[in-house]
Design a protein around this ligand. Structure first.
Ligand code: PFF
Length: 500
């Protein structure tokens, strides 16, 4: 492309965008539940350990690589060696044609629930409302059914918002949006925490959230959860941070930015957990139910437990409903924008197509593909596809990324580059993490997951469903990535022949 590559306007703008990608639905509903089930405050030990040994080193690697190569993931890896281009394409494809398709659907549910909050439309039985009336959930993954109208509407709004932000470009779109979204999100969560702390039962909720159980630290599963949470939460091994860093100006503090991003993300998770658990403590207090019955994972937490708590609030319940779902929408949107941006930049880098056209086609295509997750069987599909992409795609990409940068490009080469432009200087210990430690840990996680998988299919689904939907989906994204890479080589040959 001959036009000059756009850049972030300010360092703060870049940081807000990177933090916006990292902070997402995962921080609000995934982290707090993980902490609760994995030993309370004791979980912070493996979590911080994972952050320091894998999260921050890989974030430095991705920021450094994007900055040095000045390109999104596919081209960045091609510049290391043509053979590795696919390692750039695969995550870009599986986040856009996988994670993004259902992530936008969940944000779409939040849009609908934002409207429901105004009149507490879920009524007294939030559970039945969500699964029966709203999702119209079918009996299993093979009973797909038709898309549900209201959900489709919510999803269309989310894709339209993505389109609006990304067509405006890096400075006027992503940077500006994140500079508004992130502070607003922080204010909303603070409001929810203050409300949570003033409710009866809050203290009990906090005790459940944080009471340390150090005996859990001998459980390897707890350490595995800490690593997978770090990767998902920081949006690493997705090709996103490489893309965002490719828009950095030449003189940029890479290491400082990585550390700020990582700690903001972790800090926000702990902070959001306070809002969630004080409110759940209140729910247990008013309903008289035991806490284990009140607390649920992810989707159940946001769309069942929280609405129940809102019902029980003594003053202005609708305001807290709106604040909660708006917080989820803002957190989710700034993450989904980063996925779209990483995908579109890769296409723009590759084919030299204009931004507007690329984003428009991506959003239209994305919206139609999202429809599968808006059907009556959509929740099952979402659950299965999510599991396979995160547990396998993400871990394999993270592992290979470390090995390719560590051994092919050379960890020391990238370290010198990073140090030449950063305030904080990283030492050889970083090389050690990238070349040995992180790949070893990821390899260990992969083997553990595989063994579990062989013992019993994920989530109690029929084996055929996990294989066809989960493995099949992941394999299809790899095929698309392979197709793009080999076709490009084909095009190059044609080009060469033309020149002769
Ligand atoms: N980091 C986001 C979260 O914690 O919710 C999730 C996410 C963002 C996942 C971007 C994947 C991604 F590409």
């Amino acid at each position: 492309m001959t036009t000059e590559r756009e850049q972030w306007r300010t360092r703060r703008g870049f940081l807000f965008a990177a933090i916006g990608s990292a902070i997402g639905l995962g921080n609000i509903w995934r982290f707090s539940y993980m902490t609760y089930t994995n030993g309370g405050a004791a979980f912070l030990i493996p979590y911080i350990f994972a952050l320091v040994t894998a999260g921050i080193p890989i974030l430095i690697l991705e920021f450094g690589l994007g900055h040095r190569m000045g390109a999104a993931a596919p081209l960045a890896f091609r510049r290391i060696h043509q053979r590795w281009e696919i390692l750039g394409w695969w995550p870009i494809i599986f986040i856009m044609l996988g994670i993004q398709l259902y992530y936008t659907v969940i944000i779409g549910w939040c849009v609908d629930y934002l409207a429901y909050s105004v009149r507490l439309a879920w009524g007294t039985d939030a559970n039945a409302f969500f699964f029966k009336q709203f999702l119209q959930l079918s009996a299993g993954p093979w009973e797909v059914g038709k898309p549900v109208g209201l959900i489709v509407l919510g999803v269309a709004i989310v894709w339209a918002a993505n389109w609006l932000i990304c067509t405006k470009g890096i400075q006027k779109g992503v940077e500006r949006a994140c500079q508004v979204f992130m502070p607003l999100l922080f204010i909303l969560i603070t409001l929810l925490i203050v409300r949570g702390f003033t409710l009866p039962g809050a203290k009990q909720g906090l005790l459940w959230y944080l009471k340390p159980d150090f005996s859990r630290l001998t459980d390897l599963g707890v350490w595995r959860s800490a690593y997978s949470q770090t990767f998902f939460s920081l949006s690493i091994a997705f090709g996103i941070m490489i893309t965002y860093a490719s828009y950095l100006p030449r003189r940029s503090d890479i290491t400082g930015s990585a550390i700020i991003t990582a700690f903001s993300d972790a800090g926000f998770s702990i902070f959001a957990g306070l809002a969630v658990f004080t409110t759940l403590g209140f729910m247990a207090h008013t309903s008289g139910l035991p806490f284990e019955k009140v607390v649920t994972e992810g989707i159940g937490l946001a769309f069942v437990a929280y609405p129940r708590a809102i019902n029980a609030m003594p003053y202005l319940p609708a305001v807290f409903g709106v604040a909660f779902f708006l917080a989820l929408i803002l957190a989710g949107l700034s993450s989904s924008v980063s996925i779209l941006e990483a995908f579109a930049t890769s296409l723009m880098d590759e084919y030299g197509i204009g931004r507007r056209l690329t984003i428009t086609l991506s959003c239209l295509g994305g919206f139609f593909l999202s429809l599968i997750f808006t059907t009556r069987g959509g929740l099952f599909w979402l659950d299965i596809v999510d599991h396979y992409i995160l547990q396998y795609g993400l871990v394999v990409v993270g592992l290979l990324e470390c090995l390719v940068v560590g051994w092919v490009l050379g960890a020391d080469t990238l370290r010198h580059h990073v140090n030449s432009t950063s305030v904080i200087q990283i030492g050889r210990v970083w090389d050690f993490c990238v070349k040995y430690l992180t790949p070893a840990i990821l390899g260990f996680i992969l083997v553990g997951t595989l063994i579990e998988e062989i013992r019993a299919p994920y989530g109690g689904y029929p084996r055929a469903a996990t294989l066809l939907i989960g493995v099949g989906w992941l394999a299809a994204t790899l095929l698309v990535a392979w197709f793009i890479t080999t076709r490009r080589k084909g095009l190059d040959v044609e080009h060469l022949l033309e020149g002769l």
